[in-house]
Design a protein around this ligand. Structure first.
Ligand code: NIG
Ligand code: FE
Length: 402
């Protein structure tokens, strides 16, 4: 087994919860890695000998970003829908059907190639773990193949058969929920770690609280962990359903009332509020108040939600800069939310923090300080350091819950 020393780290941000702002900052540091695992951390002057050496020339190393919410497996394009939205057209989830049609029509090879290209893109932006949802197939066969393909790229796959009610079932919603909780779940479960539902009373296409509860309960019985799309388009039952059922994450949380914030604070140990400010940007929605959530004691995460409808960006640095500018987070809070917070939302301890025994998922910033993530919005200063990549370990990557 060969070892690699990463030296010349001007600023090492371990996100290990120690020191000012819990960032675990160290200057002039080094790391040693064996078999993609961190085996030594210390000052550069004390670094032990290793078989290989990567000198990062005084740059910053942070934990690879954990993007805990994406819809990366799809075909087709909705740029015109985005353009219409920018001139005032509201988002209601109706465009999802356009992507469903394009995804069903694509070959396996086409879908695999599109997903691979998107993963190369996000990796180049510093992301080392990506959660990938199905939800643009919405037949047993199309959901199954979406998850089969996605699971070749990431262990964090989510069955989202309950994304919207597809056109062929609009007059039989109950029949579609039966399909999702029956044959579709049965086919999907071997290729998914999680199940998700778009629980949104403000969209005619999405699912109400009772339907959401049925979907999540069936998913839990099939051994899947729970995630929820909630409170995206207005106040609603998503957050409280997620907390009630012990979901690992409730995502969007754009509209929250006091009871939602209290519920999230109460459930902070096991349910994370995942904020997706890229969606709020791309749908001209208000931004959630992340500072209020933190003050109440809730756990928060940041993710992109990269998808063709509400946010076609895979850039975690951009999400971090938006969170600082628009959600009321400090740069340190935003970085923690995009690493250790999103790892928590995936119930993973082996990523998101650079500590002994964790995966050596490293992202390098071409900057003198992590503050530049927020200070230089839109400038490509972050990239993955090539010493091991969770997103390409596919099924070889064990999850802490499985
Ligand atoms: O997270 N809200 C539901 N699903 C996605 C959007 C999917 C789409 O519009 O294609 C979201 O925003
Ligand atoms: Fe989403």
């Amino acid at each position: 087994m060969s070892s690699t020393a990463v030296t010349g780290i001007g600023e090492l941000v371990t996100c290990d919860g120690t020191g000012p702002e819990r960032l675990g900052l160290r200057s002039n540091a080094a790391l040693v890695i064996e078999d993609s695992v961190i085996v030594w951390i210390g000052s550069a002057a004390d670094a032990p000998a290793a078989d290989n050496r990567i000198d990062v020339g005084g740059r910053v190393i942070v934990p690879g970003f954990v993007d805990s919410h994406s819809h990366l497996i799809f075909a087709g394009d909705r740029a015109t829908e985005f353009a219409a939205r920018m001139t005032g057209q509201p988002y209601d989830g109706g465009g999802i059907g356009v992507t469903v049609a394009a995804t069903r029509a694509a070959t396996d090879a086409k879908l695999t190639g599109l997903l691979a290209a998107r993963i190369r893109e996000l990796r180049a932006l510093g992301t080392t773990t990506i959660e990938i949802k199905s939800g643009y197939g919405l037949t047993v066969a199309d959901e199954l193949r979406s998850l089969q393909i996605a699971s070749q790229f990431s262990p964090e796959t989510t069955f989202l058969g309950a994304h919207v009610v597809p056109a062929e079932y609009v007059h039989d919603r109950e029949g579609y929920v039966d399909l999702v909780t029956g044959a579709m779940l049965h086919a999907a479960a071997p290729y998914a770690r999680w199940i998700d539902v778009f629980c949104e009373p403000h969209s005619a296409h999405a699912f109400d609280a009772d339907e959401g509860r049925k979907v999540l309960t069936a998913g839990a019985a099939a051994g899947l962990g729970l995630r929820v799309h909630g409170n995206q388009l207005g106040l609603g039952p998503g957050v409280r359903l997620a907390v009630e059922l012990g979901a690992a994450s409730v995502d969007h949380c754009t509209y929250l009332d006091d009871a939602d914030v209290d519920a999230l604070a109460e459930a902070a140990e096991h349910t994370v509020a995942t904020l997706l400010p890229g969606v709020d940007f791309c749908t001209r929605s208000p931004y959630p108040d992340a500072a209020r959530l933190l003050a109440a004691g809730a756990s928060i995460a940041l993710a992109t939600d990269c998808n063709p409808g509400t946010c076609y960006s895979s850039s975690m640095p951009w999400v971090i800069s938006l969170a600082v500018r628009e959600l009321g987070l400090t740069p340190a809070q935003a970085l923690l939310a995009a690493t250790v917070g999103s790892a928590k939302s995936l119930r993973r301890n082996d990523i998101g923090r650079l500590v002994l025994g964790n995966r050596a998922d490293l992202t390098m910033l071409d900057a003198p300080s992590y503050l530049h993530l927020a200070y230089r919005p839109g400038v490509p200063i972050a990239r993955t350091l090539d010493v091991g990549f969770t997103g390409q370990q596919a099924n070889a990557q064990p999850s802490v819950l499985s």
